[in-house]
Ligand binder design. Structure first.
Ligand SMILES: Nc1ncnc2c1ncn2[C@@H]1O[C@H](COP(=O)(O)OP(=O)(O)OP(=O)(O)O)[C@@H](O)[C@H]1O
Length: 307
């Protein structure tokens, strides 16, 4: 297994307070990782150390085998990041911004590469427009295009969906998934939006009080960590479906679908069988809040910390 990013026993105190404690994890190539944890658990501080904005007290970060401490320039050549709001110039056009950042890049950036990143984030139509006229989503995409100019193999995004509308969030998810699947870019994405992380990511690293407490795969989150979860059912006739489902637990309605609360994973085939046996047509069944359940069962009692 290849690990383009390795975080190795990082420690960091701010003032006298230990903020990051022996933090270690590694990311597999081409996978998308959520970086989760309650407010103040140390996500941003860790990310700032990964991209070398602050130095750790001890430990190291290796990017494509190069140490951020001893081989900083070579290590950073492989990483792209948006940690704070990207510093875009509003009075310049999208293309002028990209050309500016291409000139500033330590790695040479060709004209073709500029075109490539524009296509990737689908901003072809907006290149001649001044960035001050861009929507937040367009600025976010341009920021990602800037961070990709030097062809990083690892991309780090700190709360990238902040302030985006649902379409902006969905579009961003598609670009990021394409980056990972088609270009093999490895992503680390911090967010408090658990549903969003669940849809975007393959895996999640969960931290608390500056330590990694769990690493989970999205597709096993249900079976391993969440004891129960809510199941949404689309079925007709609705009244008949309700009476069958009532035999299994509390039935409610969410967004026009029936929802059965707190069911174990193994219950799904039993529900389908029972509905079909009663002559109900089943159009769809899905489970909700899988990552949320896993997150809370892992971070125990941290619910009030998640915004
Ligand atoms: N410059 C600083 N000086 C002292 N303490 C700091 C400083 N920056 C952050 N901290 C503390 O470090 C801890 C970790 O903060 P950090 O911003 O890394 O957490 P986070 O997980 O990113 O939080 P959030 O989810 O709220 O963004 C917090 O307790 C915070 O108060």
């Amino acid at each position: 297994m290849e690990y383009p990013l390795k975080v190795k026993e990082l420690n960091k105190s701010l003032g006298k307070k230990p903020i990051i404690k022996n933090m270690s994890f590694q990311l597999e190539r081409g996978a998308i990782y959520g970086f989760l944890g309650p407010n103040g658990s140390g996500k941003t501080t860790t990310i700032r150390m990964i991209v070398s904005l602050i130095a750790p007290d001890s430990g190291d970060v290796e990017i494509e085998g190069k140490s951020v401490r001893t081989n900083r320039e070579e290590a950073l050549a492989h990483i792209g990041a948006i940690v704070e709001d990207p510093d875009l110039y509003g009075y310049l056009t999208g293309r002028q911004n990209l050309e500016h950042f291409a000139r500033m890049s330590a790695t040479p950036v060709s004209k073709e590469r500029i075109d490539e990143v524009v296509t990737l984030v689908e901003l072809e139509g907006a290149m001649q427009k001044k960035v001050k006229s861009y929507s937040l989503g367009m600025k976010q995409r341009l920021g990602i295009a800037v961070s990709l100019l030097h062809k990083p193999s690892v991309l780090i995004l700190d709360e990238p969906t902040n302030g985006l509308d649902p379409k902006g969030i969905r579009d961003l998810r598609h670009y990021l998934q394409r980056l990972a699947r088609e270009d093999g870019v490895t992503l680390l994405v911090s967010s408090h939006q658990l549903n969003e992380i669940e849809m975007l990511c393959d895996k999640a690293i969960i931290i608390k009080h500056g330590e990694v407490i769990e690493q989970i795969s999205m597709n096993t989150a249900v079976k391993e960590k969440a004891a129960t979860f809510n199941i949404q059912i689309e079925a007709e006739p609705v009244e008949q479906a309700k009476s069958v489902l009532a035999g299994f637990g509390k039935v409610g309605e969410v967004a026009g679908k029936l929802e059965l609360e707190k069911q174990p994973y193994e219950q799904i085939p039993k529900l389908v069988n029972a509905l079909v046996a009663a002559g109900v047509n089943v159009y769809g069944m899905s489970y909700r809040n899988r990552l949320e359940d896993a997150y809370f069962s892992i971070t125990e009692g941290q619910k009030e910390d998640v915004s």
